[in-house]
Each structure stands twice: as C-alpha cells, then as structure tokens.
Design a protein around this ligand. Structure first.
Ligand SMILES: C[S@@+](CC[C@H](N)C(=O)[O-])C[C@H]1O[C@@H](n2cnc3c(N)ncnc32)[C@H](O)[C@@H]1O
Ligand SMILES: [Zn+2]
Length: 263
C-alpha cells in the first residue's frame, strides 16, 4: 500500500508489504493496521505511551485548528516539495496533514512515539501514512525520503541522514527568542532565552529564517494554549490558575532552518 511505502520491519529491517489488514515482512513479522488507519512499529516491549497524552493532543489540535501553524505551513509550502516527506515527532499530524492539501502529488508520512497522538492524527488525515515510531531508530528504509521535518521535537542527525535520499532536505523548526514571550513572562519570574542556530552533523544549512505571527486566544483556547506548552506542565500551578481562561495575545516565533544532507 502506497500509504506505508517507506516503512520497514522494526525487527529485521526488511520491507513491509500489505497482507490483509497487516503489514508483514518476508520473515513473517506482522503489524496490524489499526482501525484508525495507523501502524505501530515500535519493536518488542518498548512502551509507546510516552510523549503527549490525550489531553495534550486534544489541546494541541484546538490550537492548530485556530491557525497556530498557519504562517509556519505557508513558509514550508514555499519550498518546492515533491517525492516523499516525513514529519517526525508529528503529534496530531497537522503539519503533514496541511501540507498534503497543498502538495497532493507528494507522499506524506508522520511518526511519533505517542500512540494517542498517532491514533488521533490517522483518524483525521487519511492521506498521510502514520506510524508509532521512535525518531532515534526510525522503521524507515535508508535513502527513502526526500524531505524530513522535525518541529519542536528531538533530532537524531545520523538517523535522519540515513533515511534521507542523496541531496535530501532536513527542515528543523525551533522556538525563536520571542516565542510565547508574553506567556513565559506571566508564568515565570525569570525568562530564559531560547537557544537556536546550532550546527547539525552531516548537514549543510541552506537557510535560516524567523517566521513570526501573533496569536490571540481566550477562554478554552487560552487554557488549551497553556496546556500544550511545556510551560503548562513545568510552571507553578498558582500562576497558571491565575491566568486560566484569560484572553491572551502572544508572539509566535518559529526559526525555520533548511539543511541539505551532505554527500
Ligand atoms: C512539543 S511536541 C511537537 C509536536 C509537533 N511536531 C508540533 O510541532 O506540533 C513533541 C513531540 O515529539 C514526540 N517525541 C518526543 N521524543 C520522541 C522520539 N524519540 N521519537 C518520536 N517522537 C518523539 C512527542 O511524543 C511529541 O508528540
Ligand atoms: Zn521482519
């Protein structure tokens, strides 16, 4: 099935073929395609409950639907995307989901360690091939993708380089200095600056751009915004309660870096 074309068996590394309602390799290792339409490719006894839970995923989806990534998607869509595009740590899958609408001829894939998140993503974006997978050891064939994006998630340069085809592009998105600064000021006494711009082994940076927007939220949406950020979990409960549901206007600043895989 095209939708899962890049995935390989996490046990033996061989290609997976659709066999009834499962993806199987020639060694007989099989993985069910769930009724939601995703496949779990975390081998053995590794837990897949890591990452965002149900609440965080639902909060994230509300925020995305309110246009949180609009400018970011527009920026990425300025690239000439074709072939196969993999978004790792995709969470609710809104990035590949929205890009698929802009590039219907390209193939989009999304992986995340959180089963909750991938289930959610697969139900919503039927044209994207979603798998529960660890970015540190992707069940993806070597040299099989043309684009790989990692938005606000951990990067594994060697592994990303392995799955990218020669000349493939890696898009890293990290928070800029001003990202959610208003919210951070409300929740903390001291505001640390976000770090950006480090080099990535095995890749050459082609461009780096700051993409800014203003996001307004109130009531449920404002609560969802606080709930979805790491600040929601790490800041003091009293401070969070004090601003719960309050209308907020925040700066979004995404640093979008595009790298080329070195030969
Ligand atoms: C802050 S969220 C960002 C999600 C999404 N890229 C976005 O920008 O909306 C980080 C995501 O990375 C996932 N994640 C963290 N470590 C991971 C790993 N080693 N492999 C796969 N996913 C991972 C988490 O489950 C979570 O969904
Ligand atoms: Zn196998």
């Amino acid at each position: 099935m095209e939708k899962f074309a890049v995935y390989i068996c996490p046990k033996c590394g061989k290609k997976l073929y659709l066999n009834g309602g499962s993806l199987c390799c020639e060694e007989g290792h099989c993985y069910d395609v769930s009724s939601a339409g995703y496949v779990n490719l975390v081998a053995g006894s590794h837990r897949t409950g890591g990452g965002d839970g149900d609440f965080a995923v639902a909060a994230r989806e509300k925020i995305m639907d309110a246009g949180y990534y609009r400018k970011l998607c527009d920026r990425i869509a300025r690239e000439d995307i074709s072939g196969r595009f993999l978004d790792v740590g995709t969470a609710d899958g809104s990035l590949p989901g929205q890009l698929k609408a802009a590039f219907p001829n390209a193939e989009f894939y999304g992986t995340d360690l959180s089963k909750f998140a991938i289930k959610h993503a697969a139900k919503r974006y039927k044209d994207v091939g979603f798998a529960v997978a660890n970015s540190a050891k992707l069940p993806v064939a070597s040299g099989s993708v043309d684009w790989l994006s990692a938005v606000f998630t951990t990067i594994f340069p060697e592994e990303f380089s392995r799955v990218l085809a020669a000349g493939g592009r890696f898009i890293r998105v990290t928070p800029g200095r001003e990202h959610l600064i208003e919210l951070r000021r409300k929740l903390y006494d001291e505001v640390r600056e976000n770090e950006t711009g480090s080099t990535v082994k095995g890749f050459t940076r082609l461009s780096s751009e700051s993409v800014r927007d203003v996001f307004r939220a109130e009531g449920e949406l404002s609560e969802a915004l606080i709930g979805m950020t790491p600040y929601g979990v790490r800041s003091s409960k009293a401070r969070r309660e004090a601003i719960k549901g309050e209308p907020i206007e925040v700066t979004l600043e995404f640093i979008v870096e595009i790298f080329k895989k070195e030969e």
